[in-house]
Design a protein around this ligand. Structure first.
Ligand SMILES: CC(C)(COP(=O)(O)OP(=O)(O)OC[C@H]1O[C@@H](n2cnc3c(N)ncnc32)[C@H](O)[C@@H]1OP(=O)(O)O)[C@@H](O)C(=O)NCCC(=O)NCCS
Length: 150
């Protein structure tokens, strides 16, 4: 299935990543946030997935000590439910593990049922809740954890 379709995100990818971002989130990241994320090479994992000619997904994470903090992942709406999210998530985790990570942590909006189902399918479990974590809507965040290799 994978033909090295996943690669590191580069500055030239940001316009297309922003399209995916805007069509995926009510409060999207800005271009500057992606630029800054890319700038922290040693502390981050930033990937894009090319499906044919076009970028169809991205993932962005921080690595701190032995932990991957998955900050964001999105697949272009017209390309969802085809395994692309799974492909880029697995690659992000594999790259983190290769750099010494043993677990993945993320926050997901309580009302984001598709994303929660996606993470659960991949072995993430709910370990807590952060009240009113999202300042745009006041929504709670569910904190999920995946223990690598578990
Ligand atoms: C979450 C997201 C990245 C999943 O990407 P995807 O490419 O559609 O996911 P996959 O095709 O790899 O799905 C794998 C499994 O996850 C689960 N899943 C994915 N989307 C789902 C949905 N809408 N409803 C229920 N389960 C879902 C299913 O178990 C699915 O397996 P199946 O298709 O065999 O039933 C995508 O829906 C997305 O970009 N959402 C908007 C951005 C977002 O909310 N990101 C997460 C922020 S925390």
């Amino acid at each position: 299935m994978t033909e090295n379709r996943v690669r590191e995100m580069e500055t030239r990818d940001i316009p297309r990543v922003m399209e995916i971002e805007r069509s995926s989130f009510a409060t999207p990241w800005t271009e500057g946030m992606f630029r800054s994320q890319i700038g922290f090479k040693d502390e981050t994992i930033n990937l894009v997935l090319a499906d044919g000619e076009e970028l169809a997904a991205y993932a962005a994470a921080w690595i701190a000590y032995d932990e991957i903090h998955l900050l964001s992942i999105a697949v272009a709406p017209s390309r969802r439910r085809r395994g692309l999210g799974t492909e880029i998530l697995r690659e992000a985790i594999a790259r983190g593990v290769a750099r010494g990570a043993v677990r993945v942590i993320l926050e997901v909006r309580e009302g984001n049922a598709p994303a929660r189902a996606f993470y659960e399918k991949h072995g993430f479990v709910e370990i807590g809740k952060r009240r009113r974590y999202y300042s745009d809507t006041g929504e709670d965040a569910i904190v999920m954890e995946y223990v690598c290799g578990f």
